[in-house]
Design a protein around this ligand. Structure first.
Ligand SMILES: NC(=O)C1=CN([C@@H]2O[C@H](COP(=O)(O)OP(=O)(O)OC[C@H]3O[C@@H](n4cnc5c(N)ncnc54)[C@H](OP(=O)(O)O)[C@@H]3O)[C@@H](O)[C@H]2O)C=CC1
Ligand SMILES: CCCCCC/C=C/C(=O)O
Length: 505
């Protein structure tokens, strides 16, 4: 069902697309109060796609007030979990029905290869929504062991109005990671997509309305971080913010919370993720395939991208040779052509940032083992830079592009120290034929997800988030994500003889 179409079919869909352009508040599209707009372009071609409502704090106020009203009157939160499940499953079905349109819209808006949008982003988005919908009527609350004189119930309640502030690298999927558990729990949401990638979020809001999510429960306020993100962070009636994006912006949300109502903040931020390859790794072809996939899928515009290859000096040359062979399959070009696995970077500004790391490699006289070319000021070929030391910016900073740095080690202790030599701690992968070494590395590397002899972010059942400056306050995905969107309430009912006697008197 999610097999790629042909380039001609994708182009035909693109030609027919209607782009949503307005914010979605209280169940209807509406322009920004100011009447202002911003331009959304296709990064691969520079073509203008749409003029979108550039909202500000007044639009945020309007959306929050409707979301709070919806929460307070219980039009969503008081429906039974089974009823909320059915509505979310209907939304998943509508996404399925519109999967080609959504994949093409995502690709045009972000520069991502349509092949990935069709085979990963859209199906995973649908699966995420289904998974959280299916969970919600199977979660039991608890009682506490307090003896016969009282009945205590420990119940989860939806936290309230949730701001979901999203990045541009996985617009649909990050939307689903937040709204899946939030809506299943019974919250109202105000979504702020990244300005670069607003279109599919608006389309999902429209489909959510069609699925039966009541007005005011799912709102989208379009516009910039300063104009929309900040007022969400500072709003006194927003009870929680779920954020994915850079660590500096994540820090801002902690300040916004401190300066307003101490809203709960959950952050999923950057990464500088190592792949550690020991000299006992059994299958260097498999390692090469996994490292290439980890480093270059989604153009490396991925918080969990393999960004640092930390490899035993004995196997480095052979591994780099095999990595080069796998990289030949990763063609760069038109995102709408499913032969291409590398599309455009999301914007000219981001291209310049990623290119600055290639310039550093030249200045530092590092050896470019593979790739290194850029095209049209927006495409960057997958690139492997060898001989990178921990002092280099390539080793320390999140590049968020298709650039893999290579550093060697000679002992297990050195490998662990290198892997942990970063302020980030999101993901890591380790490659070894020894169970003992696999367990040692998995436990010693300070990261939220460690994969062994493979690269991945887990699936819907596993939590995702980071140690250190990669995360704060909770995890995305899995049953644990559900807890982000709930308060825990203790209800203590005195059933002792004394209380009965007192009631009678
Ligand atoms: N962990 C991850 O998944 C991501 C990491 N990054 C990293 O961050 C770098 C910069 O990317 P960038 O897009 O600027 O990431 P940001 O963290 O700035 O953006 C993430 C979201 O936060 C919003 N935002 C920006 N500034 C503010 C603010 N002052 N107050 C409230 N909200 C704000 C953005 O809005 P808008 O963009 O519309 O202004 C966007 O919706 C990338 O190069 C990459 O290294 C980026 C994206 C995702
Ligand atoms: C198929 C799963 C893709 C997960 C991507 C996770 C990335 C998150 C991010 O960049 O914030």
């Amino acid at each position: 069902m999610h097999e790629p179409l042909t380039v001609a079919e994708y182009k035909a869909i693109a030609a027919e697309l209607q782009f949503p352009t307005n914010a979605f508040i209280d169940g209807a599209f509406r322009p920004a109060n100011s009447g202002k707009t911003f331009t959304s372009t296709n990064p691969a071609t520079g073509e203008v796609l749409a003029e979108i409502a550039a909202c500000d704090a007044t639009d945020v106020d309007a959306a929050v007030s409707k979301a709070k009203q919806a929460f307070d009157d219980g039009r969503w939160r008081l429906r039974s979990p089974n009823e909320r499940k059915e509505v979310l499953l209907k939304l998943a079905k509508l996404l399925e029905r519109n999967r080609h349109e959504l994949a093409v819209m995502e690709s045009l808006d972000s520069g991502k290869p349509v092949r990935e949008c069709q085979t990963v982003d859209v199906p995973d988005t649908i699966h995420t929504l289904r998974w959280h919908a299916e969970l919600i009527d199977k979660l039991y609350d608890n009682t506490a062991p307090v003896g016969a004189n009282a009945l205590t119930m420990i119940v989860r309640e939806p936290i309230g109005v949730v701001g979901c502030v999203l990045p541009w690298n996985f617009p649909l999927l990050m939307l689903a990671w937040k709204i899946g558990p939030a809506l299943a729990a019974g919250c109202s949401v105000i979504v702020k997509p990244a300005q670069e990638t607003t279109l599919t979020t608006l389309r999902v809001a429209e489909l959510a309305h069609e699925a039966g999510i009541p007005a005011g429960v799912f709102n989208v306020v379009t516009g910039g971080g300063k104009e929309v993100g900040e007022p969400i962070g500072l709003h006194m009636d927003v009870d929680m913010v779920a954020f994915t994006g850079s660590t500096p912006t994540g820090r801002r949300f902690l300040r916004y919370a401190a300066d307003s109502n101490l809203k709960k903040i959950v952050l999923e931020c950057g990464g500088k993720n190592p792949a550690v390859v020991l000299d006992d790794a059994e299958d260097l072809d498999l390692v090469a395939e996994q490292v290439v996939n980890g480093a270059f899928w989604n153009m490396g515009e991925n918080c969990s991208a393999t960004s640092r290859l930390i490899v035993h000096s004995k196997v480095k040359d052979e591994l780099l040779k095999r990595i080069g062979a796998y990289m030949r399959e990763w063609k760069t070009g038109d995102p709408l052509d499913p032969v291409n696995r590398i599309g455009a970077l999301v914007s000219k500004a981001h291209f310049e940032k990623v290119k600055s790391f290639l310039d550093d490699a030249k200045t530092e006289k590092l050896s470019v083992a593979h790739g290194g070319e850029t095209y049209n000021g927006i495409f960057i070929e997958p690139t492997v830079v060898d001989g990178v030391t921990p002092a280099s910016r390539l080793f320390q900073e999140e590049i968020f592009g298709p650039v893999l740095s290579v550093t060697t080690f000679n002992s297990l202790a050195e490998a662990i120290a290198l892997a942990n030599d970063t302020n980030y701690g999101l993901t890591a992968s380790v490659y070894t034929g020894s169970l003992r070494n696999a367990i040692k590395l998995s436990r010693e590397i300070r990261a939220g997800v460690v994969t062994v002899n493979c690269f991945g972010e887990g699936d819907a059942t596993t939590p995702f988030g980071g140690y250190k400056e990669s995360g704060f306050g909770g995890r995305d995905k899995s049953v644990f994500a559900h807890d982000n969107y709930c308060e825990l309430k203790t209800i203590w009912i005195d059933v002792s003889e004394r209380s009965v006697d007192e009631t009678i008197r």
